[in-house]
Design a protein around this ligand. Sequence first.
Ligand code: S3P
Length: 472
Amino acid sequence: MFETSSFDRPRTTSGDLVVDGGRPPYPAAARSVTVPGDKSVSHRALLAAMLPGAPSRLTVRNANLGGAVRALLPAMRTLGFRTTVAADTLTVEHGGPVTPQPKRPHPDITRWPDGVPYLETGGSSAAARLLIGVLAGLGRTAVVDGDETLRHRPMSWLAEPLTRLGADIVHLGDAGRLPVLVRGAVHRPCTVELTVGSAQARSGVLLAAVAAGLPVTVRHPVRSRDHTERMLAAFGATLTESPGEVRYDGGPVTVPPVVDVPADPSLAAYPVAAQLLAGDGGELSVRNVCLNPTRLGFFDVLRRAGADIRYRDMRLGSSGESAGTIAVRGGTKGVDGVRVDDPATLHALIDEVPLLAAVATTLPGPSWIGCAEELRFKETDRLTTTAGMAAAFGARIEVADDGLLVSGGAPLSAGHVPSYEDHRIAMAAATLATCLPGRTTVSGGACHRTSFPDFAEVQRAVGARITEVTPR
Ligand code: S3P
C-alpha cells in the first residue's frame, strides 16, 4: 500500500487547478488540437547554438516555452548570447552583452571561485545536465547550479563519465550534486559506460564529445530517448549505433540557422487521456506530434491493452525527428489493465508514469508499471507522489522498489488532491479528475507551467472544465 513520506505534505506556493468533472454538459469544442513543442528537442536545439559549427544566429521554431526550457536562457545570456522570445520562436545570437547572474547561497560553500560565470538553471535537470556537457566539451569554465529541488538530484550520472573523458568537474556542495564547477575540457578519446538509462546523461556526454570533436563510444543500459543522436546526425555528425552503444567519430557538425521542433508527445498524452477517460465515442487528433518511437510508450502500452490510438501523416523534420498526428477514438472499454515490464518501454513513457497510473486506476483489472526505479530521482520521488496523488482519489496503489501496482476497480471520487508542486503529478491529477463527478482541487497545480503553459486551455478545448485559481 501507499506509504507516507516527506512528500505527503503538499506545498501550495503557486495557484491551484480546479476541475469540475464528470461527463461534460457540452460537446468538446475541438476534435483536433495542438500542444506545445517538445521540451527535450527544445533544450537540445537551444544548446546547439553553442556548438562549433553553429550559425551566428539560430532560430528555434515551435519551441516549448515552459519554465524548464526558459531556465536555460539566463545561463546563455550570462555566457554572452542574446536570446529573444517571440510567440513560440526562440532566437539565440552570438555576441550579446554578458549579463551576470547573482549567485545563490549554498549552506556548505563559503568561498565561490572568483570571476567564474555563475549559471542558474532553476529546477530543470535537462538544462543543467546538457549545459554541463556542452561546457565540458568547449572547455568553458563556469559554475552550474539549480534551485533547491535540483540541488538534490544526481549529477554524478554525467559528471563521472565526463571526468573519465578528461573533464575537470568539481562538486562544490554535496558529493555528486549541484552546484558544480566545470573547468577543464574533455580530451581523452575512450569508451564510457553509463550506469543509468537517463537520456540526459547520455546526451550530456555526446554533446561534450561533439563540442570537443572528441571520438567516444558511449555504452548504455537502455536505449532511452534518442533526440540528441537524431539531431546531431541531422547536423552531419557520424554516429554509429549498435545494441547497447553509440559511437561518435569526432567529426564536425553544421547547425542549420533554423530548427523546427515538433509537438511534445508527453504533452499530447494529456488530451489523449482526457478523451479516453471521457469515452464519448468521438475521435480526437493531436497534430504535428513528435513520433519518435523512444517517446511513444504511453500510447503503445494503451494500444497493446486495446485502446484505439493511431499514428498517421508521418513526415521528417529539420531536427531529425519524424512528426505526425496521434488520433484516439472512443474510451477504455475493453481495456482491463496495463503492463510495463521492460526498461525500454518504461523509458519511452518515463514522464507519463503518473498519467498512465491515473488512467490505470479507472480500469477494472490490475496494472503494473515496473523498471521504474529512476522515477525516484525526478522533481519528486514520483513513485511515492504518484501513489499519493492517486490515493487522494481513493485509488489503491502499492509502491514497490521499482514500480507501481495499481489494483484497479476501486471507487474513485473527486476531492482535494496534492500536486507536490510536480508538474507531471498536477496534470495527471487534473486529467483524471475530468471523468469524476464533482469538484477536484489540485493544490499547487499551476506548476504545470514548467512544461505545458496552456494545459488548461488545451484540456478545455477537448471538453474538460478546468480553471486555475490563486489561493488567498
Ligand atoms: C529528458 C530525459 C528524461 C525525462 C526528462 C527529459 C531529456 O530524464 O524524464 O523530462 O530531455 O533528455 P532522464 O534523462 O533523467 O531519464
